[in-house]
Design a protein around this ligand. Sequence first.
Ligand code: ADP
Ligand code: AMP
Length: 213
Amino acid sequence: MRLVLLGPPGAGKGTQASAIVKKYNIPHISTGDIFRANIKAGTELGKKAKEYMDKGLLVPDDLVVSIVKERLAENDCKEGFLLDGFPRTVNQGEALDIELEQMGLKLDKVVNIDVEREVLIERAIGRRICKSCGATYHIKFNPPKEEGICNVCEGKLFQRDDDKKETVERRIEVYQKQTKPLIDYYTKKRLILNVDGSKPIDILFEEIIKALE
Ligand code: ADP
Ligand code: AMP
C-alpha cells in the first residue's frame, strides 16, 4: 500500500498515520518528524528547517524533496509506505510523481482529512507529544492516563514550539494557499479519498480502512 495523508495542520494526519502503518505494516514517513529529529540532533538540516518551522512557514521544496527521495530509496519502502505531511505544495507533488515513475511505482490513494478551522486550532493547541517515543496526545480529546506522562513508554509529554495559537493560525493560512491546491491535483488523478476528520479517532480509522479495502 502506497499512501499519502493530506490535510491542514491539526487535522489528525499523524494520529491516523500511526494506526494505518500498524495495520498495513508499512513505514510512516513524516517530514515534520524528520525535521524535528534533525533539530533535536542539532544537524545543519535541522538548523535550516527550524528557521521556517518556528515561523509557521514551509521549509523550501528542494530541501524537503531530497529528504523524501532518500527515504523512499530505503529498503523498508519496497512493499509500501505512508507519506504524512508530504507533499505540501504542487511542486512537491510533481517531484514525487517523477520520483515514483522512475522507481516504477504508483500511489494507491491520497487520504484527504478535512476539519473546520476552529477545531484545527483547538486540536493543535492542545496537542502534546512524548519526548521519548513521539506518541501524540490531546489534553482534552485524547488525554494520557496520567497527566504529562506517555501511556506507552512513560516519557514526558511536551508541547511543540509551533503549536502556539499565532503560529497555528499562520500554518493554517499557509495550508490554504500552498497545500490546498493539491486536493485538486489528486482529484484530477482520481486518487483522492475525502474523509470527515471531525469524527472520533477510532471511527475515522475504521472508515479509512474500509474505504482502502
Ligand atoms: P496532524 O498530524 O494532522 O497535524 P495530529 O494527528 O497530530 O494532526 O492531531 C492533532 C491533535 O488532535 C492531537 O492532539 C491529536 O491527539 C488530536 N486528534 C487527532 N485526531 C482527532 C480526532 N479525530 N478527534 C479529536 N482529536 C483528534
Ligand atoms: P508537521 O509535523 O507535518 O505539522 O510539520 C511541521 C512543520 O515542518 C511545518 O509547519 C513545516 O514548517 C515543516 N514541514 C513538514 N513537512 C513539510 C513539507 N512537506 N514541506 C515543507 N515544510 C514541511
